[in-house]
Design a protein around this ligand. Sequence first.
Ligand SMILES: *Cc1c(COP(=O)(O)O)cnc(C)c1O
Length: 492
Amino acid sequence: MDHEPLIFERSRPGRVGSNLPECDVPRANAEDLLGKENLRGKLPLPEVSELDVVRHFTRLSHRNYSIDTGFYPLGSCTMKYNPRINERTAALPGFASLHPLQPAETAQGALELIYLLQQHLAGICGMYTTTLQPSAGAHGELLSMMMIHAYHADRGDSKRNVVVIPDSAHGTNPASAASCGFKVKGIPSNSRGCTDLDALRAALGDDTAALMLTNPNTVGLFESDIVEICRLVHEAGGLVYCDGANMNAMLGLTRPGDMGFDVMHFNLHKTFSTPHGGGGPGCGAVSVKQLLEPYLPVPTVVKDAESGAYSFDHNRPKSIGKIHSFYGAFLIAVRAYTYIRALGPEGLRAVGENAVINANYVRSQLQDSYDVAYNSPICMHEVVLTASRQKQQSGVRALDISKRLMDYGIHPPTNYFPLIVPEALMIEPTETESKQTIDEFIKVMKQIAIEAVERPELLKGAPHVTPVSRLDETLAVKSLDLRYEPLFEDEG
Ligand SMILES: *Cc1c(COP(=O)(O)O)cnc(C)c1O
């Protein structure tokens, strides 16, 4: 591949993109204002033209893989298409130009949207009310743990310091419980990949604050004992938290609130089609049953019954306090609201149904080429395969299969999660993909299964067509270096 000059290499002395007027603040004043030690004598920026900059960053952007460029079956993450109408409404000046400090009387439309979205979400999951404040699913989990803690403390039941979590859970679950000061008690899954009732019974006691459960769970299966599970936890005096990251499978079909859950988080950036933006902003909206309502973070958005006016309520004595500046990522709420209203109840139900159908189609087509992790009659919105067979046959691992997919222009599925499945490949096609796209993926996966037998070295060295091939994955995560560096040592 040709070496692309870096923006610093493009620098030529005196070349500029645009001319700013001379600074009219005398340096002496600046020194007074900021202190001499804070003033920089020289700032070594590249000297480039506007066109140099545009080309450089446009080229880099072409190296990104996104849902807008191709199939993205990253399990658990629900990488569905983000409809453009969502962007259109979020860009309406009345929303986009709002200032968070402007008086509520001048932002009634925005408050109404927040209020309505909270109600829609509560209706979709069968709860009482919702807060949109958390920035992400993990943030919603933490908030929920804080509210559960406050609930027990309020009742004077202070010895409840244990949160029970199945071993299939997303890593954020134990992290959130521990961050809130709870002790985490793990319980094993049964041979069907679901919560083991005996293990649950044994784990529950008068120290149980809550059970955190993902439904459908992280192996893509519906917890069919869910009503009994919730009953057992309630009987022990605990509350039941639903990790709702997998809500896409249940939209319009069933509701966690009806199953017995007391509180859950949504990932608006998964289920409700708002972008997963490189770490933010997202929204991990949390819906609660009435018993947790007093503990919601401040402020809440309330509607005056007589005048119909909306306002922020800061006067909530039992609230766990603030968890976000202002009221969270408002424009994410606009996108999610648009999505829900554009689809309507029938559309949401079709999302759930098609998400499940698509995953089962992938499963049925690939189950000869790969082993399915758990042999239930159907899966929900995602299917977990395992590359154990390939590993045994030719030493090809799930990672090698994923890397090889990149050569075919497809984003890898989730690897090595859930932890209870060895060599896991977790595939979530989502409802927004066409049969043609899914068929293409199936064809490639079958081809890779053949390659794994006939040319294993090809997979172990993949990817072959990307700007960089194998990275030290641990190092890349632990010491992320976001600078753009030369890739080719011989030309450096
Ligand atoms: C994505 C996910 C989370 C965390 O959500 P974030 O928005 O990434 O913080 C938690 N649990 C499950 C099962 C998930 O898939």
